[in-house]
Design a protein around this ligand. Structure first.
Ligand code: ADP
Ligand code: 5GP
Length: 189
């Protein structure tokens, strides 16, 4: 059943290494919590077969993205594994002004930008139970080419290091249901 609790609104960031389960967790949090709005990011990364434009990302050209940067349309943006990713400013600010909870699924560079601009934002980092299980999930998902997947796995340690000192909450995604509930508790606490 969907939850809709009328608590204080806020901005929440979910980050973590590729393949750790961020999208899976975020999707469930949104499904169960009607009071949480998930921001859809823009990216220059090519769309995979499983993904839908406007649901998973706004897939746009680099030219369009760079124009958006010049126009100040992104709340934050970063280059991640050779592609640009950014949070469209308008919808997030509107939701926050109307007292809504907003969730951003973004990388650590973006999370740090958000924390600097809005110190009250809560940064949540999703940790894998082990490097082996992270690799297993990455390949199980089957979205990326082998080389891309291996570069991303290689970046996991660095991301975890970069998050230290910035992130407020650390959630280990071992048991999926437990991890989902921990994130819901953070958003509703
Ligand atoms: P991310 O968004 O962090 O890159 P995904 O949400 O795409 O990761 O998850 C990667 C893969 O791991 C998916 O196949 C997903 O079903 C699986 N997965 C997510 N959480 C768990 C978990 N707790 N245990 C086992 N598999 C998981
Ligand atoms: P993926 O290509 O796997 O969908 O995403 C790669 C990385 O980019 C992930 O760490 C994801 O969280 C991050 N990301 C997605 N959207 C944004 C965004 O709007 N801003 C930033 N900074 N990172 C993002």
């Amino acid at each position: 059943m969907a939850e809709n609790r009328n608590n204080k609104a806020g901005l929440y960031v979910i980050s973590g290494p590729s393949g750790v389960g961020k999208s899976t967790i975020t999707r469930e949090v949104i499904r169960r919590c009607e009071d949480v709005y998930l921001s859809v990011s823009a990216t220059t990364r090519p769309k995979s077969e499983q993904e839908v434009h406007g649901r998973d990302y706004w897939f746009i050209s680099r030219e369009e993205f760079e124009h958006g940067i010049e126009q100040g349309r992104f709340l934050e943006w970063a280059e991640v594994y050779g592609n640009l990713y950014g949070t469209p400013r308008d919808k997030v600010e509107q939701r926050l002004e109307h007292g809504g909870n907003v969730l951003l699924e973004i990388d650590v560079q973006g999370g740090r930008q958000i924390k600097q601009a809005r110190p009250d934002a809560v940064l949540i980092f999703i940790m894998p139970p082990s490097p082996e299980q992270l690799a297993e999930r990455m390949y199980k998902r089957g979205r990326d080419e082998k080389e891309v997947a291996s570069v991303r796995l290689g970046g996991a340690e660095k991301e975890i290091e970069q998050a230290k000192g910035w992130y407020d909450k650390w959630v280990v995604n071992d048991d999926l249901e437990k991890a989902i509930n921990e994130v819901i508790d953070i958003v509703h606490s």
